[in-house]
Design a protein around this ligand. Structure first.
Ligand SMILES: Cc1cc2nc3c(=O)[nH]c(=O)nc-3n(C[C@H](O)[C@H](O)[C@H](O)COP(=O)(O)O)c2cc1C
Length: 383
């Protein structure tokens, strides 16, 4: 199967084309350090045979944490814990990436204790354990430059922690996408206006990382269609993807949707068809030559294989399917398809998490207790 052919991102070879999509777990401690529970959760997915694990959105700035229990990478104190996480992923044979993000207007003062910031000072409706509408402060040009630096400093820390690459979170309605979307970017300076101005912040982040570490592979995740009236269009994203390639990205990760979409595209529920974003990646593929990763209900191995075979994408990312069954890649490679526990796309995982619990699964009760089941800590049976 093509799914199991190696592929390179930058100069780095990935053993197969299956990627674990970044997914917030809330397994971080209250200050954003990895915990044993989180490390074992990731290790179980890496041992399941995935080629590349992208660790969940991790905060590059203390003011950008959008959930309690979110991982952080905004100072050197985080490096030892992240090193342990990387080791646990690599023992399983997978390559390790980490997603660098900033919540922008989705980050609440109630969570961070700091002033929330965004491209423009407009109301944001945020759900973090409860609904709240707040108005963040508009970033000044000096503050924007400082945040560009924060992203590049975080990328250096990721490399020092042993990660093979970073993913910049430019999707789903967080700070970089808030700049890109006309719905959240009302600026009249060089960071607003036409798509070139709105894309500037993300492009500057890519350039800043590449300036510090030209050979360190970088993935950029983008919601190609915001699926919102007046929001980011496919045409906008196609232009942005070309600029991203010129700026030096080594791969583009195609996703869709934001908090302002007309429907829940970010985490497509069972009502959206399997492979729902393949049309978007096909459109991007026509204009860039770096490898594409595509996500979105690609949980059926035949569909995933065909997406690569038909040239619609180069790698497929699995999100919820790896929460439900961490061993999906090994089972598919070994032809044990009848043993795959199939994700329902019921979205219990994300609902549980938004309500304040760590990530959970309606079909996999072991999520979050992998550390108790690890061979060195295993207890006897009983009620
Ligand atoms: C519990 C949960 C947490 C998520 N957290 C993130 C995240 O931190 N960063 C991100 O870019 N996407 C996040 N996503 C979206 C996934 O990466 C993925 O794009 C989405 O689940 C669709 O893929 P799937 O159909 O294979 O699940 C999250 C999804 C879930 C279910």
């Amino acid at each position: 199967m093509k799914l199991f052919d190696p592929i390179s991102i930058g100069a780095l070879e990935i053993p197969n084309r299956i990627v674990m999509a970044p997914m917030t777990t809330r397994f971080g401690d209250k200050d954003g350090f990895p915990t044993e529970q989180g490390i074992h959760y990731y290790s179980a997915r890496a041992r399941g045979g995935v080629g590349l694990v992208i660790v969940e959105m991790t905060g590059v700035d203390p003011g950008g944490s959008h959930r309690r229990g979110e991982l952080a990478i905004h100072n050197d104190a985080y490096i030892p814990g992240l090193q342990r996480l990387v080791e646990a992923i690599k023992v399983g044979g997978a390559r390790a990436a980490i997603q660098l993000g900033h919540g922008g207007g989705q980050a609440l003062t109630r969570v961070t204790g700091l002033q929330s910031v965004a491209p423009s000072s407009i109301p944001y409706a945020v759900f973090e354990m409860m609904q709240e509408t707040h108005v963040p402060k508009a970033l000044t040009v000096e503050e924007i430059s400082r945040l560009v630096e924060r992203f590049s400093e975080a990328a250096v820390r990721a490399k020092r922690s042993g990660f093979d690459m970073v993913e910049v979170h430019g999707a789903h309605g967080y700070l970089i996408y808030q700049f890109l979307s006309p719905l959240t970017n009302k600026r009249t300076d060089s960071y607003g206006g036409d798509v070139e101005g709105r894309a500037r912040f993300g492009i500057e982040i890519v350039r800043a990382i590449k300036e510090r570490m030209p050979d360190f592979p970088l993935i950029f995740r983008i919601s190609v269609d915001e699926y919102a009236e007046g929001g980011v269009t496919v045409e906008d994203s196609i232009a942005v993807c070309k600029w991203l390639e010129d700026a030096g990205v080594d791969a583009i990760h195609v996703s869709a949707g934001s908090y302002l979409s007309s429907y829940s595209y970010v985490i497509p529920p069972m009502t959206l068809s399997p492979g729902c974003f393949l049309g978007l990646s096909e459109a991007v593929k026509e204009v860039v030559s770096v490898p594409l990763i595509t996500v979105g209900r690609l949980h059926d191995p035949y569909l995933a294989e065909r997406a690569i075979d038909d040239g619609k994408t180069d790698m497929i990312a699995l999100g919820r399917q790896l929460i439900t069954d961490p061993d999906w890649p090994n089972k598919v490679r070994e032809g044990r398809l009848d043993e795959v526990r199939k994700c329902l796309s019921c979205n219990y995982c994300i609902e549980a998490m938004r309500d304040g619990a760590h990530v959970e699964c309606s079909l996999n009760v072991e999520v979050g207790s992998e550390w108790l089941r690890a061979s060195d800590t295993k207890q006897g049976g009983g009620e």
